[in-house]
Ligand binder design. Structure first.
Ligand code: HGY
Ligand code: MN
Ligand code: MN
Length: 426
């Protein structure tokens, strides 16, 4: 890139490959839930490589990593910093770019600023948020920073494998009281920008280098639990059963016809279904369906929750079972801030990268950051639009483009005048 500060491409690509090895499974996917053994090993590797590079790594009360450069912050440490980062936890059998790209690029940008002793008007810090994938709660680490949790809420959280967050977190050295005390005050972050793979087909299909995210969807979800009666599979007549799995199946098959009533942009997913007691010769007593639903507008997502709840209650009433609805708080939709979007566009243009505005159907920590600071996101193309799968792939050229655009954006934000407080409507 002509004369512009750029990332060390080989180092960034090597780090992506190394990080992708933590939790790699036999199918070529990545299993790395936050605070799992693979995640703790990855965090230890990341911390050691940051410290070796002369950076400081702090761990906040919920386990987010905060990476800074002490030398870069001399004389400006008291000013609100520019944050950049993402996550390193993965969905089950996930890919190696969703989260790690933005986390490693953030650290790489900070390393380059540190190495070149770039004079900034405010600190730049790289953040690795915990449990973005919501094994315990949607966007756990950034939610703790922005909306905050009380310790009792954290006590109740369970992972997709049924483990208690409190136990797994404590085993990793965490303390629930400290986790409940990390909430940031508005103004404590000057601006935030996250690099992420698009996880969809648009940029690749249109041959565009960089997506300037306009807004992020509202996400809701939770567990719908049908409670029937355990009976013998051989001796119980079909019309005398209270089969919780049949109720769950009936509920799930009603959802595709239901979602368009909240708008064409609605999506609903039921990726986890659990039956208890789980014997093939036992009529299921309980069936849990974990539901994920989204819409670009928060009010429409709220309407989706009402429609889905009504469907569950209808099924329970018609089949004479009990049903329990346990919804997480809705994560609001977040418009991205014009000041950050402009900085991304300028940075991309300076590098000769083509751009287009693009909405995010995926959730991100940035939608939480947007509630306390001007926030933006940079997307780079996903091959075949695939993500949340071992097939997830972003080309090296696009990895480096994204990281260089991020670096240029950080330079513009860290030297920019304070951004206006209002969020841009997208
Ligand atoms: O689910 C999502 O959209 C994100 O990958 N956590
Ligand atoms: Mn993801
Ligand atoms: Mn992600």
């Amino acid at each position: 890139m002509s004369g512009l500060l750029s990332v060390d491409a080989d180092r960034l690509l090597a780090d992506l490959t190394t990080l992708g090895g933590f939790g790699r499974n036999g199918a070529g996917g990545v299993d790395r839930a936050s605070f799992s053994a693979a995640d703790l090993a990855a965090r230890a590797w990341l911390t050691a490589s940051c410290v070796k590079a002369g950076l400081r790594v702090e761990v906040d009360g919920i386990g987010n990593l905060v990476v800074s450069s002490p030398s870069l912050e001399e004389g400006i440490a008291d000013r609100a910093p520019v944050w950049t980062g993402s996550h390193i936890d993965a969905v089950p059998n996930g890919g190696m770019y969703d989260g790690p790209l933005g986390s490693l690029a953030a650290i790489e940008c900070l390393r380059r600023l540190h190495e070149e002793h770039v004079a900034l008007e405010r600190p730049v810090r790289a953040i690795v948020y915990v449990d973005e994938e919501g094994n315990y709660a949607h966007l756990l680490g950034s939610s703790a920073l922005t909306r905050g949790f009380v310790a009792d809420e954290l006590q109740e959280l369970r992972g997709r494998d049924g483990d208690r967050f409190a136990d797994t977190f404590a085993a990793a050295g965490g303390d629930l009281q400290a986790a409940a005390a990390v909430r940031l005050t508005p103004g404590s972050v000057h601006a935030s920008v996250e690099l992420h793979i698009e996880q969809g087909p648009v940029l690749e299909r249109e041959g565009v280098d960089v997506g300037v995210v306009s807004g992020i969807v509202s996400i809701g979800g939770g567990t719908v639990r049908f409670m029937g009666r355990a009976d013998h599979a051989g001796t119980t007549p079909m019309d005398a059963r209270k089969d919780a799995v049949l109720a769950a199946a009936d509920f799930i098959t009603r959802l595709p016809a239901l979602v368009p009533r909240a708008g064409a942009a609605s999506v609903v997913t039921t990726g986890i279904v659990r039956a208890r007691p789980g014997g093939s010769n036992v009529v299921a007593e309980e069936a849990e369906v974990v539901v994920d639903f989204r819409h670009p507008a928060t009010e429409k997502a709220r309407q989706l929750e009402e429609l889905i709840s009504a469907a569950a209650l209808d099924v329970a009433r018609e089949r004479e079972l009990q049903v329990n609805l346990d919804w997480e708080p809705l994560v609001p939709a977040a418009p991205m801030h014009q000041t950050v979007r402009n900085a991304i566009r300028e940075s991309a243009a300076a590098l000769g990268c083509s751009t287009r505005d693009i909405p995010s159907g995926a959730g991100h920590d940035s939608q939480n950051l947007a509630t306390i600071a001007p926030t933006g996101m940079i997307f780079v193309p996903s091959v075949d639009g695939r993500s949340h799968s071992p097939s997830e792939l972003t080309r090296d050229r696009d990895v480096v483009h994204g990281a260089d655009v991020l670096l240029g954006t950080l330079l513009r934000l860290a030297a920019a005048q304070p951004a206006a407080a209002t969020q841009d409507s997208h």
